[in-house]
Design a protein around this ligand. Sequence first.
Ligand SMILES: [Zn+2]
Length: 292
Amino acid sequence: MFDRLDKKRRDVGWVLAARESKAFRYLVLDSDSHLVYLRDAPDISELPLFSTDLLPSHFGNRAHGVLLGERDGEVIFCFDSEVMGPEFMDMTESVDSRLVTQNLSPMDSSIFLMARALTLWSVTVQFCGRCGSPTEKLAGGMSYRCEKPICSTKHYPKIDPAVIMLVTDGGDQVALGRGRRHPEGMFSCFAGFLEPGESIEDAVVREVNEESGLHVEELKYFSSQAWPYPSAVMIGFIANARKTELVLDSDEILEGRWFSRSELEIAREAGSRTLPRQGSLARELLDFWLDD
Ligand SMILES: [Zn+2]
């Protein structure tokens, strides 16, 4: 089990003692927030956690690092590659976050996404968004507070909720689209971010309509997935719509149409690139529907 140490991390003394114990393990992210691993140990099916033997001798600055949590009795921090020094970096390579989350177990993936989201967020919260004064890090990097006493605004990490929908006709057809970022020939579920003041259900109806012109009549929650771009959560639904002609939003969707179950089954069988990649929530939605 992975414990995010919600109570312990609020105790500054506990966090510092954990950092000084030399008993912790840590992962390292490079300047692009890609995961760093030892060149001699390129297997990244498990999270590459380093021991404190590899910390550089100058490593004394308490401001660095994010406390992630505890797993199997081991406290885990995350450090930026900049503080690790050239000797460490000479032994390592880094790998794109997209490839990492595909290969890791759900727990390791969750730890990595937490590290990435908090590290990226920490860059944006060095100054108070309300008064512009510097901020101080609290709770091992889970929150920040404005240092100006009269302001003292607390800042918490932002998570962007997004909805993703498999739209069916209630029978044997689904409507899929190819977004601007999808490779030629690949079709996926419609998706988009929530807007302020909107319920999750409202966002499903609006996004499907904006992207495809379809009117969703029934929707059923499927599951959710943390998404590292940079700190979103995808909330998946299966939604039914009347089977009408698609009217695409050409700014976002380059192609789109109805697909039959048998057409997608053949594509899946052939390992074709028509379907979204394995591990994505879009693919889980499609696999669930095909196997149902
Ligand atoms: Zn402030």
